[in-house]
Design a protein around this ligand. Sequence first.
Ligand code: MG
Ligand code: MG
Length: 259
Amino acid sequence: MIYLKTDEEIELMRVANLLVGATLAEIAKHIAPEVTTLQLDKIGEEFIRDHGAIPLFKGYNDFPNALCISVNENVVHGIPGDYRLQEGDIVSVDCGTQINGYCGDSAYTFEVGEVSPAVKKLLQTTKESLYVGINAAMEGKRIGDIGNAIQHYCEERGYSVVRDLVGHGIGRKMHEDPEVPNYGKKGYGALLRSGMCIAIEPMINMGKKNVKIEKDKWTVRTADRRPSAHFEHTIAIRQGKADILSTFDLIDEVIKNKN
Ligand code: MG
Ligand code: MG
């Protein structure tokens, strides 16, 4: 069942998603060698609660923390812990909030200090592929058009697209219909209609597409242990250009000021 949102509901979703963007920007300030992923989680949770919102991931299917933090070969759903970030790492931080009954969900993969040119390119391509997917998302097109655009963009550049995890509809619940794969066929899947809200989240691997789940039952990593990147926006489908409800602007500003 796909729930179309009214304009009022979309504005409420924008509030939740802008808070996710602000939380990720707060995290960006603290990304540095020697910082533990649990420290980042605490900063994120406090920031979310200080703004009157609920950290959406905490307690979701018993997930223990506010943020999913996934380093290097870890794709998504990493549990924050004692790991200390190191120069050259990449770290995906996925954040969800709920406020006034509506959800926000967005993710960004950060560089820790100086990363290798090959890894930089993976991040850049994954981020670009998110916007390529968003550009394909408009009323009258289909879910498969989004995934097809992302898949082509990434595979043409020598990367692979994770198949086991997908984006999703979002609204009062974090996960609503439809599923939004990052691969697919043009013209297939659910029809996109104005008012649909979806999270698009390419998970792109430097090596092969296969993933495994770690013993903690959450962390998803690449089977070949090569790096993986993840960027996510929540958007509202409209006639013509989609309305991007989350934002990377605050994050990009923090990163620019750090360099
Ligand atoms: Mg997410
Ligand atoms: Mg999501």
